[in-house]
Write a protein that binds this ligand. Structure first.
Ligand code: GTP
Ligand code: MG
Length: 448
């Protein structure tokens, strides 16, 4: 398959990789919302995005994880055989490995061993374009590496051993290695503190920006969804169909995971003329690493501070239900469950059935909106639904505004739906539906 986007990575030669999944019999040790097979398939897509040529994969059923190597020793032996046979350069585990397990496996297999988290961090590091994205990825990577630093120590120790008197030079080797480890650890901690400082500034900046937007009473809609669901495509098409003329450059779209990391916001006009902001941002995935969720706080606040979420589901994906569930779980993790959600079934142009079949496939989302971000199908309906939803998020008020408050009356004419209005000698009596976030401004003028 030729992929026009691959020119990005021509300087990264493909590494030969082998995937390993474990099927835990007990739910206590299970993570994620997909079956082990589907999760491994997703891992293969992640590996391909990171320029790994996947030559095979294996699944082991386990009662409980082996603390030393996660998988059992028999399975480790068979991985060794695959390695020799296929020239494997990297083993990628679908589940998070403890520092000890990673070390144990690398020692046994004598080759690089990664887990899903490290792979995702690697992809994020490659795709981060803005300063904010890069800071966040670096923070996540360092947080991930810090407890794994002893690995570095074994490498250093081996080097020192080579120089300073052979393999059994225990004491002499341990000394410098440990000192080095302490230095590394201190340095990493310093860097982490500096990154956190910088990111606090980014957060402050974003918060001030949002506060300004709030003052202008423009509702913010965040597009969320599983990676590759079509979020960026949807925003681009919305801008084409309903955007302001100065829409800005189209957002990068690609058939690969985590194409978008950094938030982009665009203005669009709803059918009745109201202006809203729509922002597209990083996609979610099952087993999303905790380090990433924590480090991406500044970016994710664009989601948690939104007035409405559009949850984009790729309805053609065989795991659409598991993916939607993973998104719901992530929204819980980032504490965004208080925000109303409209679910959008995307890629209807290549879905085999009609809207009713899509609905029956994901019955939990009975109220979803079928669209094709690619062809524009269903977007007028989506815009109408967004408008109705925002309308619902408005409050009904009965007001009396003295003539001196002419400004507030114009604000109502701009932002509210006015049901009745009449004037007397002192001012204006109105009943109006007002955006919730504006209601407090009118509190002094509520009519009993
Ligand atoms: N057939 C079809 N393909 C679509 C549609 N929407 C998006 N795609 C394709 O799906 C792939 C992913 O689209 P993106 O818009 O980059 O998806 P995303 O959700 O922004 O993905 P990330 O940023 O990587 O999380 C691209 O190849 C798009 O062309 C659609 O309505 N129909
Ligand atoms: Mg995107």
């Amino acid at each position: 398959m030729t992929n026009p986007d691959r020119y990005f990575y021509t300087d990264h030669p493909l590494e030969k990789g082998f995937l390993v999944g474990v099927d835990m019999r007990s739910t206590r040790f299970r993570a994620g919302t997909l079956s082990t097979e589907d999760s491994l398939e997703e891992l293969a897509a992640l590996a391909a995005t990171a320029d790994v040529e996947v030559l095979g994969g294996a699944i082991q059923r386990l009662n409980k994880p082996n603390p030393a190597t996660l998988i059992g020793s028999g399975k480790v032996q068979s991985l060794k055989e695959y390695k020799a046979e296929l020239d494997i350069e990297v083993f990628i585990f679908d589940d998070e490995l403890s520092p000890r397990q990673q070390r144990g496996l690398e020692k046994e297999l004598e080759v690089k061993v990664l887990d899903r988290t490290a792979l995702i961090l690697d992809i994020f590091a490659r795709h981060a374009r803005t300063k904010e994205g890069q800071l966040q990825v670096e923070l996540a990577q360092l947080e991930y590496r810090l407890p794994r630093l002893t690995r570095l120590w074994t490498h250093l120790a081996r080097q020192a051993g080579g120089r300073a008197g052979g393999a059994q030079g225990g004491v002499g080797v341990r000394g410098p290695g440990e000192t080095q480890l302490e230095v590394d650890r201190r340095e990493i901690n310093r860097r982490i503190a500096a990154l956190k400082d910088n990111l606090e500034k980014v957060r402050g900046h974003r918060a001030r920006h949002r506060a300004r937007r709030k003052q202008q009473h423009v509702p913010v809609i965040a597009v969320v969804g599983y990676t590759n669901a079509g979020k960026s495509t949807l925003l681009n098409t919305l801008v084409q169909q309903a955007g302001l003329e100065s829409g800005g450059a189209p957002i990068y779209v690609a058939d690969r995971l985590f194409a978008t990391l950094d938030p982009t916001t665009r203005r669009i006009i709803l059918p009745a003329g109201r202006e809203v902001l729509v922002s597209d941002t990083v996609g979610f995935i099952q087993k999303l690493p905790t380090q990433l969720v924590a480090a991406f706080r500044a970016t994710l606040e664009e989601v948690t501070e939104a007035d409405l979420l559009l949850h984009v589901v790729d309805i053609t994906h065989p795991n659409a239900a598991g993916q939607a569930q993973a998104v719901a779980e992530t929204l819980r993790r980032i504490e965004a469950t208080h925000i109303p959600v409209l679910t959008v079934f995307n890629k209807m142009d290549v879905f085999s059935g009609d809207a009713a079949e899509a609905q029956s496939q994901l019955a939990a989302y009975a109220d979803s909106i079928p669209v094709s971000a690619k062809t524009g199908f269903g977007l007028p309906n989506l815009l109408a639904r967004i408008e109705a939803q925002l309308q619902r998020q408005m409050v009904s008020l009965r007001l009396f505004l003295p003539y001196a408050e002419g400004q507030l009356v114009s604000l109502l004419h701009d932002e509210a739906v006015i049901e009745t209005e009449f004037h007397d000698e002192h001012g204006t009596h109105l009943t109006a539906t007002v955006p919730e976030q504006l209601a407090s401004r009118f509190e002094p003028y509520l009519e009993k």
